[in-house]
Design a protein. Structure first.
Length: 430
């Protein structure tokens, strides 16, 4: 008799093992980590309903965006023969998984103190079995099934089987999720690369060459794309428009606003010959086409080569510096508000003369606010010092010296803001 009981027990255990292997084999043959996460989870739920003979199953995953503190139900599937509304998992079930990270089984929900917060109306199930989805000791979600179709209670064998399914499924789900994130990241990088190419094409492809003057400019975005902007506008044989701007924010939103500003400025610059009217029109159009929280600092100047003068209007931009020989630099301060703040605002126009060897330096705050790892700013005084020390060099050499000194100052600190600088230098008379 004992041998028969032992043989029966061993046979039952063997049958359970065979059944477990069959379940795992079914799951393995129907899913792969390169499938979308939703499809993988759907197949897991289908197999749970099939092999455990339950009315409904669900998988919930921790939301990455919520810092791993909230569950989000990804898939909930009912057996097609059961005409019931899908169940809504309660926060108490979520709390249990986060706190205990262990299986939860209840075969009489209505008499279970852990579920006494539920009312008879709020649920239609009488039993549940829930197991955690774990990756290297970290909870990533849970797998839950409700109500056996044969009305029998969940057993320890059911709990073991569901736990095995969960342990095998967790890594596949996580791999699939990571794979999707990787694909999304690759796609985003490609989009940013294309956006960077588009933005580079919006910037001048070459610096204007004017007899008696040296002009140099560069733009270095903090991200793939940025919100700094510089441009040139050929107005006539002897007049060259030039500008520099700084858009609020960084990245793609700033880049889109920069493109808007460029198109607006170029259209207004070709219509109006003076700086003030051009700035007024650009401001009005920018105000109408952007959100109230978006604006730009902007400096626009017109170089008259024959008269050696620059007319300019400054819409809240960092004051460009005009270096005369043996004098402190002159600050070309704002003559009006930032662009996009108000629909109607005036910009006064001012004029300066350029003497031989005079240097005009236009820049964005990415220059003066460049930081090292200690948080120290590069500063305006250091910029003035660099230009003064290199004033007898070419415009390009002056620009190179500024960038070199910024890199020396920042060292290993990452670039926190877009950097744009333009140098206009009148050559010495021969």
């Amino acid at each position: 008799m004992l041998n028969l009981e032992k043989l029966t027990t061993e046979n039952r255990q063997l049958q359970l093992a065979v059944n477990e292997l069959k379940v795992l084999n079914d799951i393995a043959t129907t899913i792969s980590s390169i499938q979308p996460v939703e499809e993988i989870i759907d197949q897991i739920v289908v197999q749970c309903i099939k092999h455990l003979g339950v009315e409904e199953g669900a998988v919930s995953l921790l939301e990455h965006e919520a810092g791993g503190k909230e569950f989000h139900t990804m898939i909930r599937r009912q057996d097609s023969a059961i005409d019931k509304v899908p169940y809504k998992l309660d926060n108490h079930l979520t709390g249990w998984m986060i706190k205990h990270k262990s299986a939860l089984m209840s075969n009489n929900i209505r008499k279970d103190e852990r579920f006494n917060f539920l009312s008879d109306v709020s649920y239609l199930f009488h039993s549940l079995l829930c197991v955690p989805l774990m990756i290297k000791g970290t909870l990533i979600g849970y797998l839950v099934v409700f109500n056996k179709k044969n009305k029998e209670p969940f057993s320890s064998e059911d709990r073991r089987l569901l736990s095995i399914i969960a342990s095998q499924s967790a890594q596949v789900i996580e791999n699939a999720r990571l794979y999707e994130e990787e694909k999304a990241l690759i796609s985003l990088k490609e989009e940013m690369r294309m956006a960077r190419e588009i933005q580079l094409n919006l910037l001048p492809d070459q610096i204007p060459k004017i007899s008696g003057y040296q002009i140099s400019a560069t733009n270095i975005p903090a991200k793939s794309v940025g919100g700094d902007y510089y441009d040139f506008l050929s107005l006539s044989r002897n007049r060259l428009g030039f500008c520099i701007g700084d858009i609020t924010g960084k990245g793609m939103p700033a880049a889109m606003l920069m493109a808007n500003l460029q198109a607006t400025f170029r259209s207004q610059g070709l219509i109006y010959e003076d700086c003030s009217t051009c700035m007024q029109g650009t401001n009005k159009m920018l105000y109408r086409s952007t959100e109230s929280t978006k604006f730009a600092t902007f400096f626009y100047g017109i170089l008259d080569v024959e008269k050696s003068t620059i007319c300019f209007a400054n819409g809240g931009h960092d004051a460009p510096l005009l270096f005369h020989e043996d004098e402190n630099p002159q600050h070309l301060k704002a003559t009006g508000l930032l662009l996009g703040v108000m629909a109607e605002t005036d910009y006064s126009e001012q004029m300066i003369s350029l003497e031989p060897n005079d240097i005009l330096v236009l820049f964005t705050d990415g220059i003066t606010e460049a930081m090292n790892q200690q948080g120290d700013l590069f500063g305006l005084d250091r910029l003035i010092e660099i230009v003064t020390l290199n004033r007898n060099r070419s415009a390009q050499k002056i620009l190179d010296s500024i960038l070199q000194d910024i890199r020396k100052h920042a060292k290993d600190a990452s670039q926190s803001d877009d950097i744009t600088v333009m140098i206009v230098k009148r050559e010495a008379e021969s």
